[in-house]
Design a protein around this ligand. Structure first.
Ligand code: ZN
Length: 253
């Protein structure tokens, strides 16, 4: 059967929304990276996160008090994330940006996969594993350098001042980066369409961004499995696999 006949009404509706929008912004969460083999740590029983509660280990207080414990949890996670590659859903968003159909991607993910897929304007509101910084002198280290910084206790130490080095991701107990959040809020205000992908839209303050778009007269489209608090507000709601839904979308655009 030709694509035209198998494409759902919702996918066609989303394509129409994107075509008619003068300013579209994507907001992505863990669900866009699970097809790349990155578990959503909030889903129970997912491999690396099975044995520990990340909220208790990936916490700024643990980093400050017991960096050895923090890094024993975080170091393998670093290595695992570094090897992951973008999936088709990331690539579709990069393609939409290249076609001038998407202005920016706001993401809760720290995995760099949007950038690896070729997206140019990416606002990482939870930070990124791309760099780590010394908490004492602010020296910055790219991801590939971090592994060489560990001391015999398994703590990453600054080459200049021996201070503890922390990944530039937002840990539990930390505020979100101010500049990234301001940019995200400005994008949400300006958006005629916010395309929410793979996020439960429950983690604040990011969860308030769709309300900002709605409040300034924009529309919402949601592509994610599972319910979100905004389902009733969405003009289009797609609940299937994110890769399949976005591939179908690209095929009709
Ligand atoms: Zn330092």
């Amino acid at each position: 059967m030709p694509t035209g006949e198998t494409t759902s009404m919702e996918v066609r509706g989303l394509a129409e929304l994107i075509r008619s929008s003068g300013f579209t912004v994507a907001l992505t969460g863990a669900g866009i990276s699970t097809p790349s083999g990155i578990p959503d740590f909030r889903s129970p029983g997912t491999g690396l996160w099975e044995k520990v509660d990340p909220m208790e280990v990936a916490h700024i207080e643990v980093f400050n008090r017991d960096p050895e414990r923090f890094w024993s949890y975080y170091r393998p996670r670093f290595g695992m994330l570094d090897e992951k590659v973008p999936n088709r859903a990331h690539e579709v968003l990069a393609e939409l940006e290249a076609r001038d159909m998407l202005e920016a991607v706001i993401t809760q993910n720290i995995d760099r996969l949007h950038r690896k897929a070729g997206s140019r304007r990416v606002v990482e509101v939870h930070g990124t594993i791309e760099t780590s910084s010394c908490v004492q002198c602010s020296a910055s280290y790219p991801l590939e350098r971090v592994d060489s910084l560990f001391d015999h206790r398994g703590v990453a130490r600054c080459e200049h001042c021996s201070g503890p080095v922390k990944p530039d991701v937002v840990l539990f107990g930390e505020f979100l980066p101010e500049r990234a959040m301001e940019e995200a809020q400005a994008l949400a205000r300006r958006a005629e369409l916010m395309l929410c992908i793979g996020s439960s839209l429950e983690v604040h303050p990011v969860a308030a961004l769709p309300a900002t778009t709605l409040g300034s007269g924009g529309r919402l489209a949601i592509v994610t499995k599972g319910a979100t608090p905004y389902d009733g507000d969405a003009t289009v709601r797609l609940g299937g696999d994110v890769v399949e839904e976005l591939e179908a979308l690209l095929a009709v655009l």
